[in-house]
Design a protein around this ligand. Structure first.
Ligand SMILES: C[S@@+](CC[C@H](N)C(=O)[O-])C[C@H]1O[C@@H](n2cnc3c(N)ncnc32)[C@H](O)[C@@H]1O
Length: 218
């Protein structure tokens, strides 16, 4: 089996066609899933962690927002005014710099979720909130098996249509990389950070999308 390509290389390669294909793969519902998280965040200065091409930008309204992404090809396509190169695990911002952190479809690409959560806690002001939306496997075993079969075929096939089958095979495998969100954001895990879970919910067919809202205590 070929080793997975580096996530940075994946997103550099698919940057131009990423948004269109994503919309198709999510049956046009990706923005609805982002919005369900965004509407729960407090007003004020916002960080879009792993902003990509800025697909979430229309949801930010007139709040001051900073786009952060490690892939220059993604940032180059992002219309946001303030764009910063960097990774979620080492945020290039001072402490308490943001009222809210938003992150869509990024967490399963991170090298260290714990490291990114610690960094989010550091850059949030006390009482600030983080909203994360990402893909996972459905909760029920049978549904997860069906979803795994579907994504093994459909996702790389869709990638093939844009000449990026290997990259989209990586996206399929990334769905199994992390524990289910109910464990990933369990109180015991968050206790290592200053974050507390306010809400976690499932969306989409078979519940393969989740949203989570975390608050910075103190
Ligand atoms: C699936 S795209 C999502 C982009 C955008 N948030 C959206 O909703 O369309 C994942 C993004 O995460 C970025 N990314 C990968 N590793 C990252 C890391 N360690 N820290 C921050 N962003 C990362 C990728 O460059 C890519 O732009």
């Amino acid at each position: 089996m070929n080793p997975d390509p580096d996530p940075g290389a994946v997103f550099a390669k698919i940057a131009r066609r990423y948004d269109r294909l994503n919309r198709v793969l999510s049956l046009g519902r990706d923005q609805e899933w982002r919005r369900s998280v965004m509407v729960r965040l407090p007003p004020g200065r916002l960080l879009d962690l792993g902003s990509g091409t800025g697909a979430a930008r229309p949801l930010f309204g007139d709040r001051p927002a900073v786009a952060l992404d490690p892939v220059s090809q993604m940032l180059a396509l992002n219309p946001m005014t303030v764009r910063v190169a960097g990774v979620g695990e080492a945020l290039p911002f001072s402490g308490r710099a943001f009222d809210a952190v938003f992150s869509a479809f990024v967490f399963r690409n991170l090298d260290s979720v714990g490291g990114a959560l610690a960094e989010i806690a550091r850059v949030l002001r006390p009482g600030g909130m983080a909203g994360i939306v990402d893909l996972a496997r459905p909760r029920r075993k049978a549904a997860a098996a069906l979803h795994r079969l579907g994504s093994a075929v459909i996702v790389p096939a869709a990638g093939f249509t844009i000449g990026a089958a290997a990259e989209y095979r990586y996206l399929h495998r990334s769905l199994d990389k992390l524990p289910p969100p109910e464990r990933l954001y369990a109180d015991a895990v968050l206790r290592e950070t200053a974050l507390r879970r306010l809400d976690l919910w499932r969306m989409g067919p078979l519940g393969f999308v989740y949203g989570v809202i975390l608050i910075k205590e103190g």
